[in-house]
Write a protein that binds this ligand. Structure first.
Ligand code: ZN
Length: 184
């Protein structure tokens, strides 16, 4: 059971690392664009709209609440950089604009330096890669992937941490059993 959980954990970690890597790469790709033009993507849910914008090395996520529903959908555009475009490598902040009149939009925004997002979402893929390498090296050397203990004397189960090495192929017995089941 614990063994099963360890494998599930590894798969979940792999999935999370892939998502993290995609965000990291996307942030890396749009980063230089923001130094040339303001670039934003938005998705409107009706009343709520979420916007992601990159501008002169700063990445911002904003949320609008409109007074009434507008058409749903994706959008995006580039605009000229403002003279007062946020700048500086340590520009973190948030902004909240309340409705002053019922017809106003409610607006929330948080922003941070672009490098921060790239670094933040780069951590998990890096940790994943280090662990992946370690598992590979241990497997190739006949060591336990859980703790690194030498398993050449006890290949069935790690005497140190109890990890049961996964078999690299389907055991023939299982295939026979599955075949018999299919015939019935
Ligand atoms: Zn072990």
């Amino acid at each position: 059971m614990r063994q099963h959980l360890a494998h599930v954990g590894w798969h979940l970690f792999t999935a999370a690392a892939v998502v993290s890597l995609v965000i990291c790469v996307a942030a890396l790709v749009i980063w230089p664009v923001g130094h040339w033009r303001r670039l934003y993507f938005k998705y409107c849910f009706g009343v709520t709209q979420i916007e992601i914008q990159t501008e002169a090395g700063t990445l911002a996520v904003g949320r609008y609440e409109f007074p009434r529903a507008v058409p749903r959908g994706w959008g995006g555009a580039t605009r000229d950089l403002d003279a007062d475009s946020p700048s500086g490598p340590f520009d973190f902040g948030r902004l909240h604009k309340d409705r002053l009149r019922p017809d106003d939009n409610l607006y929330d925004c948080v922003w941070c330096p672009h490098w921060f997002v790239v670094a933040l979402f780069g951590v998990m893929p890096t940790v994943w890669f280090v662990r992946f390498r370690r598992r590979r090296v241990r497997l190739l050397k006949g060591r336990c992937i859980g703790c690194g203990y030498d398993l050449r004397a006890t290949p069935g189960r790690c005497p140190e941490c109890g990890t049961i090495p996964r078999l690299p192929r389907n055991p023939p017995m299982q295939r026979t059993a599955a075949g018999t089941g299919a015939l019935k």
